[in-house]
Ligand binder design. Structure first.
Ligand SMILES: *[C@@H]1O[C@H](CO)[C@@H](O)[C@H](O)[C@H]1NC(C)=O
Ligand SMILES: *[C@@H]1O[C@H](CO)[C@@H](O)[C@H](O)[C@H]1NC(C)=O
Length: 347
């Protein structure tokens, strides 16, 4: 078993079952001043045999380009539009009319995401948005239904900071400041509309901030280390499962044990801080891809055998992302479209 070039990884689905890659998507962020044009980027995705792409807006050029491909699209309403849409059905209808209908049904819009990590911001304005989030999701769903579009799932990607803790998973609960006001109505909505709970789940961050207690192998899904949840008796071989099951336990405690999960972002940085390098990034992403695309599906200890739609973050390094250095180093590809690292498929 050797190291395969990254691009070969995306040929594998061709060689096995076509549906495999439908479960792994790629996040395509555009916060860079050196990135290929949307046209070139969609060509890259096509050549990589990526079957699902998630963008952070409803960019008309990208959505038009995708209409001549079989790539599924997940589109997003920016955070600063949520309050308006949450308080006006007319505004929700308008958003759908302007951002969905022009591309429907040729562009395969699959998920419509309302905002990005909305519950992570704490400014006064952010906290106003919290309260409009679920109303906005309901209104957008209603707008779609009025157009007889029923297959597009409406959701909102949240970060792991919505939970108070993730260990042991069975002890996890939602943060008390959002539990009653946002999470319960959201769970009701996701359950009723058979949508997904979208979670951005990075093992890198808990590992990098607590390296004394968390083994790198556990964070990289290397599988030669495990912990037991003393209350549930379940065995965890990796930190991603621990994080996802924490979310399932927290939902179950509020009476919603069956809402499906989708991992809207996961990945490992290729540079910029401790443990962030191309070797670890290649190991993490190839292990996640192998786990998520396994036949039969692996699921998690709480939900064995369940498929979890997952989007790797991210297509490109984005040099205009703000924050610590590490934020700008999550890409699979250089801006010229060549792979940043090879992926070890031997484990
Ligand atoms: C939706 O479907 C109903 C029933 O078939 C039809 O009466 C209505 O005109 C449709 N609405 C739109 C916007 O296509
Ligand atoms: C490691 O875990 C122990 C016991 O749970 C805890 O007391 C300690 O604070 C943790 N260390 C770090 C760096 O988080």
């Amino acid at each position: 078993m050797g190291v395969l070039p990254f691009y070969l990884l995306f040929l594998l689905p061709l060689l096995s079952q076509a549906e495999i890659s439908s479960k792994i998507g790629i996040n395509y962020g555009q916060l860079g001043n050196n990135l290929p044009s949307p046209h070139e980027s969609i060509n890259l995705l096509t050549r990589m045999k990526v079957e699902s792409v998630k963008i952070y807006d409803a960019n008309p050029e990208i959505l038009n380009l995708l209409s001549s491909t079989n790539i599924q699209a997940s589109i997003m309403i920016p955070n600063n539009e949520i309050s308006t849409i949450g308080s006006s059905q007319m505004k929700a209808d308008e958003w759908v009319r302007n951002n969905v209908l022009p591309y429907y049904p040729k562009t395969l819009i699959h998920f419509l995401l309302v905002g990005n990590e909305v519950l992570t911001g704490y400014s006064e304005q952010d906290q106003q948005t919290w309260l409009h989030l679920v109303p906005a999701m309901r209104r957008i769903k209603r707008s779609l239904k009025a157009q007889n579009i029923t297959h597009i799932k409406v959701g909102t990607p949240l970060a792991m900071d919505i939970l108070d803790s993730t260990f042991p998973p069975s002890a996890a609960t939602f943060r008390s400041d959002i539990r009653e006001s946002v999470i319960i109505p959201m769970l009701e909505f996701l359950h009723r509309t058979k949508s997904f709970f979208f979670i951005d789940a990075y093992t890198y961050f808990p590992w990098s901030s607590n390296r004394q207690n968390i083994s790198l192998d556990f964070a990289l899904l290397r599988g030669n280390f495990y912990i037991t949840d003393p209350a549930s008796g379940l065995l965890y071989t990796n930190l991603l499962d621990q994080m996802l099951d924490s979310l399932i336990f927290a939902m179950s405690k509020l009476g919603y044990p069956n809402i499906r999960l989708a991992v809207s972002e996961t990945g490992w940085p290729n540079s910029g801080d401790i443990g962030a390098n191309i070797v670890n990034a290649a190991i993490y992403n190839s292990n996640v891809i192998r786990k998520i695309t396994a036949k039969p599906p692996v699921g998690t200890p709480v939900r064995p055998g369940v498929v979890i739609p997952t989007f790797i973050f991210s297509l490109f390094d984005e040099n205009q992302k703000t924050g610590p250095e590490i934020e700008r180093h999550w890409g699979l590809l250089h801006p010229d479209g060549t792979p940043i690292y090879e992926i070890d498929l031997s484990k």
